[in-house]
Design a binder for this molecule. Structure first.
Ligand SMILES: Cc1cc2nc3c(=O)[nH]c(=O)nc-3n(C[C@H](O)[C@H](O)[C@H](O)COP(=O)(O)OP(=O)(O)OC[C@H]3O[C@@H](n4cnc5c(N)ncnc54)[C@H](O)[C@@H]3O)c2cc1C
Length: 497
């Protein structure tokens, strides 16, 4: 059933006024009285109920593991629809969650059951005015990048075409352009946010809430639109080389990455490196390691960055060039690639942010990955991500100025454990596997703190792991939470408290 709000309001209220029907439809008529909700919404808003095509599309997710339980989807067409839905849900004690790209996978989201999904899909505009763009709360990365590119502009977005701007951005947001400009959240200038009370507020750096929206923003409201800094495209050319390596190159590869690309925490401004290892039995019985070296402002990657990897003896190499818009296709982040599909797989990540590669730990992790995926074929589709984005723009922003706590970390590492959902036994094996891989890397850091990028988090981490160990950070988040969301309505995505 896919209907505009007004029609649904009429039909459900008619059914619910029939006493007999109301009895067996009681969940719909009382708890989720969609008619009463629909009456409050604009004519362009949509409501999807379970079983409809719209509902299936709105609730399908990148990961099918420990997902939120949705009884009803509201698709706002104007900002006030978000506010009305929140007020309605509060009055009826129904939980709610915002969804944009559907790539959130933290298991804390599953604490929401029998709730309303506010699907931001219709709030997807991109309006450009000189050096600022106003972007709708549900706009996806591809729409943002392509609209800006057509106007000769760019901003920092996540790399994947199918995640939203704000899903990543409210937790910091890493992307190809962060070396020049900082994180996605560092681009925010002002935003309209619907608070837990249902009040619509426009905030900018003068608001006490601003600090929290740049790193812990999922906890404080639903952003209906955000103004971001945009920049003239300076370098339209991009180039890449992709290497594959076999098992005997593990030490050499991560040593090379440390020495030649990480460069003691000052990697080149125009180089991104990204890779993973995974099983590809056609190429080798052991996992294959893929590495992309991507250069901005070049039609071929400068050999000073790639020679060490050629010298190591890759199994295969490939090269290519194009524009910024081509990068997602090269690395498999485009809308047609596997990571953008919602195909019912359970996908869980166990992230750790680190300073540099501990080569022995990478070997241990690789060997464990090999062993477990061989002995447990259900986990064979898992992979192990390692990402090295440029850092200058991120580190240029004072750490204490935003809730994003880990500007001093250099690399994002994340085992991604993937399986076809088939019961708790395999789920338990999967989570044990992910935790063991992360533990190896954690021990290899020699540090007491475990930093886990909130947007990759599994969900068993602590607020310290997501938002920083400093007491002042935790206290500030708690103070803001008590002020803006005292009833903990926004507590399903890495809750601060
Ligand atoms: C394939 C893939 C690629 C990724 N690439 C990157 C990357 O390049 N860089 C990076 O930093 N991260 C990346 N991530 C992680 C990503 O930041 C998170 O998965 C993020 O939650 C995805 O946002 P979404 O809108 O797609 O997901 P959703 O599930 O729609 O949203 C996740 C959460 O964000 C909140 N939310 C969404 N929209 C709003 C809004 N308008 N207002 C308030 N809250 C909102 C809600 O709490 C929601 O539960 C990637 C993840 C995947 C699976």
């Amino acid at each position: 059933m896919e209907v505009v709000a007004a029609v649904l309001a009429w039909s459900i209220s008619a059914v619910c006024q029939n006493n007999a029907a109301a009895q067996w439809l009681s969940p719909l008529c009382t708890r989720n009285n969609s008619a009463a909700l629909a009456n409050r919404l604009s004519s362009g808003a949509l409501i999807y109920s379970p079983g409809s095509d719209g509902f299936i599309q709105a609730t399908s997710r990148w990961s099918a593991y420990e997902t939120p339980g949705i009884d009803l989807v509201v698709v706002p067409s104007v900002e006030d629809d978000v506010a009305q839905t929140i007020k309605y849900a509060n009055q009826n004690n129904i939980p709610y969650i915002a969804v944009s790209g559907g790539h959130g996978a933290i298991i804390t989201e599953s604490r929401m059951q029998n709730g309303i999904e506010i699907w931001m899909n219709q709030l997807n505009t991109v309006e450009i005015d000189e050096d600022i763009a106003r972007i709708g709360g549900g706009a996806l990365s591809k729409a943002v990048s392509h609209s800006l590119w057509d106007a000769g502009k760019q901003t920092v977005t996540g790399g994947c075409e199918c995640t939203s701007l704000l899903g990543p951005g409210l937790g910091g947001g890493h992307g190809l352009l962060q070396g020049r400009h900082g994180l996605v959240s560092d681009q925010f200038i002002s935003m309209n946010v619907v608070l837990a009370s249902g009040e619509i507020k426009t905030i900018d750096k003068t608001s006490d809430l601003w600090w929290a929206m740049q790193g812990a923003g999922h906890n404080f409201g639903i952003v209906t639109s955000v103004s971001v800094k945009v920049y003239d495209v300076q370098y339209s050319d991009w180039a890449y080389e992709v290497f594959t390596f076999k098992s005997d190159k593990v030490e050499g590869l991560y040593d090379n990455l440390n020495v030649h690309l990480l460069n003691n925490g000052s990697p080149p401004l125009n180089i991104v490196n990204y890779g993973f290892f995974m099983n590809d039995p056609e190429l080798d019985p052991k996992p294959i390691i893929y590495l992309w070296v991507i250069q901005e402002g070049a039609t071929s990657v400068d050999s000073i960055y790639t020679k060490p990897f050629h010298d190591l003896g890759p199994a295969t190499t490939d090269i290519g060039s194009g524009t910024y818009l081509d990068v997602p296709r090269w690395v498999g982040w485009d809308n047609d690639a596997a990571p953008c599909q919602h195909v019912g797989l359970a996908n869980t990540r166990f992230p750790i942010d680190i300073q540099s590669y501990n080569v022995q730990s990478m070997r241990k992790a690789y060997d464990l990955f090999t062993d477990v995926t061989k002995k447990t074929p259900e986990l064979n589709g898992s992979f192990f991500l390692f990402e090295g984005y440029p850092l200058q723009g991120v580190k240029a922003i004072p750490s204490e100025s935003t809730a994003y706590a880990f500007r001093e970390d250099n690399l994002l590492i994340s085992p991604v454990v993937s399986w076809v959902p088939s019961g708790s036994d395999v789920a338990q094996k999967a989570t044990d596997f992910g935790k063991r891989l992360r533990q190896i890397l954690y021990e290899g850091t020699g540090k007491s703190e475990l930093h886990s990028y909130v947007n990759y988090a599994f969900g068993d981490e602590t607020p310290q792991n997501w938002y920083g160990y400093e007491q002042h950070r935790q206290q500030r988040l708690l103070r803001l939470k008590n002020k803006y969301d005292p009833d903990r309505k926004f507590s399903f995505y890495a809750p601060v408290a």
